[in-house]
Ligand binder design. Structure first.
Ligand SMILES: [Zn+2]
Length: 273
């Protein structure tokens, strides 16, 4: 298999990490060593690291994400999570400025924060992201907690933003799960909109049927968008295991060249890795 890029992982090594429960369910230790070992085993040469949610509801502070990336010997690169206040937006831009070479993108937690993507609070962030060609990743679709707000995380809420800001590189995380068709339309319609396939695998009853159904849905989205040039591989570790998301790509009924785009080339181009 070719060398792979994972555009969506989480880590904190903290007891109050909101993803510890999911990590345990997946039989993962959820540590830096485990993540790097697993990456090497699957020939994943680089991964983007995003804040996990903490038990209090907020994200892990960005400087801790940067610290973990620095311990990874170049295998992990930070994504700065931006909460919807003027102060947080300013701090995020400052961090990105200071760590210009390292920071690869921003992340907005739609559905978890009480703000939509088009809120003016993000204007400065989008201006900066456009000027530096730094992608903004948006959580879309299903939320990890039952209190999430789907009306704000629905992928179609990004259509207006993509219309207004044609220079902004927008990445829809989790392919808008379960609104795959809406995401197919968005990546087809907008030259500046992409989607990652992270965090889509679930276990439990019908796991095998679901995996089949999911591969069909993503394949169909690729047919609709006339190719996989907008689809990006990500695991959402520890939400899904690496092997599971790699199996999803293997199951896609698309050309090998499209699989290569998904596993590496799209991320390389979009995040300038
Ligand atoms: Zn995630």
């Amino acid at each position: 298999m070719q060398e792979i890029i994972d555009a969506h992982t989480h880590l904190s090594e903290r007891g109050d990490d909101g993803l510890n429960r999911l990590a345990r369910q997946n039989g993962l230790r959820y540590t830096l060593d485990e993540l790097l070992d697993t990456m090497r085993r699957h020939e994943i040469v680089r991964a983007l690291l995003l804040s996990p949610p903490l038990q209090g509801g907020g994200p892990l502070p960005n400087d801790e994400v940067i610290r973990l990336c620095r311990k990874s010997e170049g295998m992990l690169a930070p994504v700065i999570t931006v909460e919807p206040t003027a102060k947080e937006v300013k701090a995020a831009i400052k961090l990105a400025e200071e760590d210009r070479k390292e920071v690869k993108a921003f992340k907005v937690r739609l559905g978890y924060v009480k703000t939509g993507a088009e809120s003016p609070v993000f204007d400065r962030l989008y201006d900066y992201a456009e000027s530096e060609a730094l992608p903004v990743m948006f959580h879309t679709g299903d939320t990890a907690f039952s209190t999430g707000e789907l009306a704000r995380s629905h992928p179609l809420t990004l259509d207006g933003l993509a219309n207004k800001r044609e220079e902004l590189i927008i990445i829809l995380c989790h392919f808008g799960n379960p609104w795959f068709e809406d995401v197919a339309e968005l990546i087809y319609k907008h030259p500046n909109v992409y989607a990652d396939i992270s965090g889509l695998i679930i276990g439990g009853a019908y796991a095998e049927k679901y995996a089949e159904w999911l591969a069909k849905k993503i394949s169909e989205a690729i047919y609709f968008a006339a190719g996989a040039q907008k689809v990006i591989f990500g695991t959402d570790y520890p939400v899904t295991k690496h092997s599971e998301t790699l199996n999803l790509v293997r199951r896609l009924d698309v050309d090998e060249s499209d699989k290569e785009k998904i596993l590496r080339h799209n991320a390389e181009r979009v995040f300038r890795l």
